[in-house]
Design a protein around this ligand. Sequence first.
Ligand SMILES: CC/C=C\C/C=C\C/C=C\C/C=C\C/C=C\C/C=C\CCC(=O)SCCNC(=O)CCNC(=O)[C@H](O)C(C)(C)COP(=O)(O)OP(=O)(O)OC[C@H]1O[C@@H](n2cnc3c(N)ncnc32)[C@H](O)[C@@H]1OP(=O)(O)O
Ligand SMILES: CCCCCCCCCCCCCCCC(=O)OC[C@@H](O)COP(=O)(O)O
Length: 377
Amino acid sequence: MGLLQLLKSQLLCHLIICYVFLVSGLIINLLQLCTLPLWLLSKQLARRVNIRLAYCISSQMVAALEWWSGTECTLYTDPESYPLYGNENAIVVLNHSYEIDFLCGWTFCERFGVLGSSKVLAKKDLAYVPIIGWMWYFLEIVFCKRKWEEDRRTVSQSLQNLRDYPEKYWFLLYCEGTRFTPKKHQISMQVAESKGLPKLKYHLLPRTKGFWVTVQNLRGTAAAVYDSTLNFRNNEAPTLLDILNGKKYHADLYVRRIPLEMIPEDEAECAAWLHKLYQEKDSFQEHYTQTGCFPGPVVSPPRRPWTLINWLFWCSLLLYPLALLLTQLISSGSILPILASVALCSAGSLGVRWMIGQTEINRGSSYGNTKAPLNSN
Ligand SMILES: CC/C=C\C/C=C\C/C=C\C/C=C\C/C=C\C/C=C\CCC(=O)SCCNC(=O)CCNC(=O)[C@H](O)C(C)(C)COP(=O)(O)OP(=O)(O)OC[C@H]1O[C@@H](n2cnc3c(N)ncnc32)[C@H](O)[C@@H]1OP(=O)(O)O
Ligand SMILES: CCCCCCCCCCCCCCCC(=O)OC[C@@H](O)COP(=O)(O)O
């Protein structure tokens, strides 16, 4: 292990990174709260301000992936579609097997200039995660309870609100609805069998309602669906803690641009179209497993300096007062403030550890562990 690698694996480094993320995140959440009156005066200006504030948070995590861990991201896509990425609204359909798939998604958003504005259909529980969840509230992220009877109306309404969004965005949909586990896979293949659908080897059976409602509500606003399939080289499954430890990985993303007009309007036809898409995605994964690459040419977008610049800015802003405070505290020699600071640091560290836990598959939800009743409609 090299010296730099050893340094990156030190707890002290992780504590510093988490301190900067936590304090800057809370400051930004507070600034977002201050934009509330602006929403009444100029909604579009408030949205633009919040996009930039959100960038300051999410780009720190992207910086950790790109600059701290040095993870490389390769894009396999058609060179004719490439110039459109970042210059149009799109619905992204991504496989959901990795703990950091959302972070790789964010990295591609960053490289195409849509990180601050990008959206996702997220489970409601994530809205309560401090910093990220609170930031999402101001970004008009669409939340669902994964209960169609309740989501039908609220998801449609939230999607309608995005029709006049002032900046280009990608709307991410994990149609599988939950992360891949062997148990969830087994159950969902029983559902596939009972519906007469072919079995999938690498994906859960997609939930079609969210996709249909998204396509219907964003028709005329989103130009295309980006069918995206992610894999890591050498069969690796990195975690957020691996990234904090500075381990380097290589992500491969295969993207096909499908114009929105090609997607059927009728709900049943749209569902059948999505099932077929997942069968194709499964064959791409099989190709990757057999050959170690996706079909098609490689057009890799370069990493940009902005995530690093933002991170260094927050580090320089927040580390100096911390160092000053610690020096004063130690030189004062009084036990009570020292104990209070240790307690505060421990609470902060536990808080961040809990947030990291939200990304861990073995702490994931039980959604998909049982067969939901089959709908007839
Ligand atoms: C150029 C580069 C391109 C790309 C770059 C890549 C990406 C970057 C893009 C953007 C990034 C932006 C942000 C990312 C940041 C962070 C994201 C982080 C996390 C958030 C992710 C989540 O929270 S995922 C969980 C929430 N999302 C979803 O669930 C979406 C999918 N779900 C649906 O669509 C659902 O339909 C629903 C949620 C709308 C409703 O849920 P409900 O459970 O009520 O579902 P259904 O009504 O669909 O369920 C009943 C149907 O399902 C069948 N069934 C029953 N049991 C099962 C089972 N075990 N498995 C599968 N199917 C089952 C049942 O038979 C019913 O079928 P019907 O045919 O009758 O519908
Ligand atoms: C600079 C880095 C500092 C590190 C700070 C850590 C911050 C943690 C941010 C938490 C972001 C949470 C995003 C979770 C995304 C996710 O993958 O959610 C899972 C859902 O799709 C499905 O859930 P499930 O049904 O449980 O599989």
